[in-house]
Write a protein that binds this ligand. Sequence first.
Ligand code: ADE
Length: 229
Amino acid sequence: MTLELDVVTLFPHQFDWMRGSRPIANATGAGSLHLRVLDLRDHAPGRHRQVDDAPYGGGAGMVIRVDVVCAALEGIYAAPVADVLAERRVAVLTPVGRQLHDEVVTELAGLERLTLLCGRYEGFDQRVHDHLANDAISVGPYVLSGGEVAAMAVVDAVTRKLPGALGRDESHLEDSFSEALGGRPEYPHYTRPEEFRGWPVPPVLLSGDHGEVARWREEQSRLRAGSNL
Ligand code: ADE
């Protein structure tokens, strides 16, 4: 199965670097990801291609127009917006959306069609949230200058879950917060040298006893989680 993942943004070039990034290039090569980055401004009406306007009621900043976002969705998918929303997940990036926990990432990675709408300025006209989207995602309770950095976090985290995204030796299955770790943080990692400036590697990791290593890792993961579950 391929995840058709579209990002709609006023700054498509900000995503250029992602194409070469390993999970994305790998997943694309493996056929599990088809990523497109689309310019919202291409769908703005008029000679000036204005995408935003001053807020009704006054106040600072500019608001992205509902008609521009609607034209973008209907233009990109060549279908009325009701059909677009019936066929795909359309998620607005916003600090007041659902927090991007690992379960949300897993849920998004299981979709076939996902569109991420990146806001700027004061964000989108509320009617975008109410009528042109069926999801809202936040990467954390803080305000970024736009949805682009947030969308990149979503694209990267979701792509890691797709088949072929990670190298042969890697696995997302035991990533921090994964089901395999009961949602807990991952255990600590060490590599050579065995001792550096008097800081040793925990002896159990050098013991060659896989059972002991597994027990130690589980314990460390629980300690990091701050729980003794
Ligand atoms: N846009 C601005 N801040 C954001 C955040 N924290 N998460 C998602 N989108 C955003």
